[in-house]
Structure formats: C-alpha cells, structure tokens
Design a protein around this ligand. Structure first.
Ligand SMILES: Cc1ncc(COP(=O)(O)O)c(C=O)c1O
Length: 379
C-alpha cells in the first residue's frame, strides 16, 4: 500500500510550478522505524525533511504508547502544551497545537483573511493576505479559498522580506513573514523585523513562520517569540517537522497572546494532533541532543555541498536553513526533470526565481549522489 499524496499533487493544488513539481516517492508501510524511509534508490532532497529522523527517545516513546491508540489525546495535548509553555516562557493559554504547523497557517488564513462582511461582529478586521515572493505558498492557497485578496511582494535585493512594502500593502488582514524563508533559506534581519512589528497597526495580524528556526545561526537572526508579550497582533508558528525529524507525524504549534489564540481556536478541529505525534513531541523536547546533533549534521553536509557547488561555479543564496537555493545559470525545470530521471528529487520550480534550484540538505552520501547526478546533467 502506498501513501498517495505527493508534493506534486500539493503543488498542483496550489497552482504553482505544477509542470515541474517533483513527486514524493511511494513510501512503504513496512519501512523500518528508521530515518531511511524513502523508496529504494531514490534520493529525496525535495521537501526540506530531516534525514536523520526523530530522536531515538521519541521512537521508543511512540512504541511504548501503541496501547494508547484507542484513547483520545487530551491529556497528552495538555502535557505538550505545558512543556512548550515552559520552554518558551509563556502561559499555556498562549499556545495552540496544530496538525503540523500547516494547520496553524490554515487557521490563520481562515481567522484573519477574507472579505470584511460585518465589521461589527468581526471587529478585528479580516482582510488581505500579504506574503513575500517567493515564499512558502500554503497559506496563499488557503486564503484564496476564504475569498481573500492576496498580495505578493518580491523579496528585496538581499532576499529578505521587503517589510516596508508589505506593511504598505495591508492595513488590515494578515502579513505572513517566513523567517528563515522557504524557498530561499534567507533571513530577514532582526532589527528590521523588530521595527516592523513595533510599527504595524494593531489591526494587522503578523504571522512569523519560524519552521526553520533551529537551523539559523546568523547574528542577524532572532526569534520574535519574546516580542509577543507586547504585541497582541503577533503570532509565531513553529513545527516538529524539521529539526525534530517528525514531518510524517504532523505536529506544530503557535504562540500568541491569549486573546489572539482564542480567535484562532474555534477554527480548529477538536483533537487535531494525534497521540503518537504528541508522545514523540513531548519526548523530543526532553532530548537535548536532538537539536544540537541536527544542527551540526546539517551544517557539515551543507558546508560540503556549498563548497562543491562553489568549485563548479554555482553561487548560493546564504542559507540559514536545512536547504539551499542556488543559481543554476539556466532554466531550472529541465534540470529538475533530468535529475529526477536519475532518481534524485530536488525542490520544485519557484516561478519568481526560474533559474534557481532549491536543494534540501540530506546526509553526506545523498549530497554526493546529488553532486554526481548534477555534474552529469549540467555536463
Ligand atoms: C516555511 C514552512 N512553514 C510550514 C511548513 C509546514 O510544515 P508542517 O506542516 O510539516 O509543520 C513548511 C513545510 O515545509 C515550511 O517550509
């Protein structure tokens, strides 16, 4: 039996880059409980996953929890919420768990974008969605479903968010800031983001997506979670899919002021995070090595592939994530297809950067396989 949803389908649904989207390989349910879960021979560097998988402690905790599969996950949801509150120095009612941070993005689109139909009952002012271009597109697709006008503001010359232009584009509604940004792996400098948050009108909701937070080590980067206490319009989304290696389990969360969380909660299905994901997330937070190891392994493999691409004359956008984006100096779509024929899957086309390839940092052997195939297809 195969998992049938693919990145290709997802991209098609989003209407972005469908022609060259890269399908996820079929995954076997009989795959071992290890990170090596892609179909034989496929090198998957297309979805910014963590190739090292969840913490060994999380795998054991899930095995031990199989017997709980018949129970609703309420207590575990409370327990994870408590751990996250403690970790982030906020109260429990400032956290909303999600079925992946993707669910948080969807809830934000539903709660804060769309036509203003009744300003009295919906006083917070729904409205436009403003995003960077390119950025992670999921929230755009959701906002369109809710009838929202969407505005794309090109990244600036250093691949940061053009915050003044984004602010000017939405006086109410939702501004989505992905930091570090997917697909460019670039950051928006902390001073610019701080200033933007301080000056944004209170009726403009700012959603900062920190999915790749743990991989960022630049002195110009910072999480904006500490700013939440002073900004009722700020929401920060995080995920267990990246550094915690839990993309297939689906667990994410957001932090905001209590009143903002209360506006989001009615849009969520009850018990949306499953018990295995909760158990794994709770345990992962207690495994200090997971984050440190994930960072180190990623930065070693990233340095290796960047040096090799450099030797070949390809320049990357400075990366603060577990993927890189580099200029292939030609249209990327034929390269994506040629690599796929050699069983190497890389990121899809991002139309704003048609010559750039997004490449997930996998294990060293996977990067070797990519480089060998890349040399062939560019020869
Ligand atoms: C920037 C960003 N946000 C959110 C997500 C969704 O992550 P998940 O739903 O797995 O938490 C992704 C997935 O790749 C992403 O790149």
């Amino acid at each position: 039996m195969n998992i049938s949803i693919s990145r290709r389908k997802f991209a098609q649904l989003l209407g972005a880059g469908a022609a060259c989207a890269v399908a996820r390989p079929s995954l076997s349910f009989s795959a071992p409980l290890a990170a090596e879960s892609t179909a034989a021979g496929i090198v998957r560097l297309s979805s910014n996953e963590n190739p090292y998988g969840p913490s060994a402690k999380a795998l054991k905790a899930m095995t031990d929890a199989f017997g709980l599969a018949c129970r609703y996950p309420d207590e575990h949801a409370v327990s994870l919420t408590e751990s996250l509150a403690k970790l982030n120095g906020v109260s429990r009612d400032q956290i909303l768990l999600g079925d992946g941070s993707g669910e948080i993005l969807k809830i934000c689109a539903e709660a804060f974008t769309g036509p203003i139909t009744n300003a009295k009952t919906d006083s917070a002012g729904r409205g436009k969605l403003v995003v960077a271009d390119p950025t992670f597109e999921a929230i755009l697709a959701h906002a369109k479903v809710y009838g929202a006008e969407t505005v794309k503001v090109p990244l600036n010359a250093t691949f940061g968010h053009d915050l003044p232009k984004m602010a000017a584009a939405a006086k109410e509604g939702l501004i989505y800031v992905c930091n570090p940004n997917n697909p460019t792996a670039s950051i928006t400098p902390k001073s610019e983001l701080r200033d933007f948050i301080a000056k944004a009108p209170r009726q403009t909701i700012i959603l900062v997506d920190e999915a790749y937070h743990h991989y960022a080590d630049s002195s110009d980067y910072e999480s904006v979670i500490p700013l939440i206490k002073d900004n009722a319009n700020l929401i920060v989304a995080r995920t267990f899919s990246k550094i915690y290696g839990m993309a297939g389990l689906r667990c994410g969360y957001c932090i905001a002021q209590r009143e903002t969380i209360e506006r989001m909660r009615p849009h969520q299905s009850w018990d949306s995070v499953n018990i295995m994901a909760l158990v794994a997330a709770i345990t992962s937070l207690d495994d200090a090595e997971q984050v440190a190891n994930g960072r180190r392994l990623n930065s070693d493999a990233k340095a290796f592939v960047i040096a090799e691409l450099d030797k070949l004359g390809y320049k990357q956008i400075p990366s603060q994530a577990n993927f890189i984006m580099f200029d292939t100096k030609r249209p990327v779509v034929p390269l994506i297809q040629a690599l796929k024929q050699r069983n190497v899957q890389v990121g899809r086309l991002f139309p704003a950067l048609p010559n750039h390839m997004r490449l997930t940092i996998g294990k060293k052997a996977e990067m070797d396989a990519f480089l060998s195939a890349f040399r062939q297809v560019t020869a």
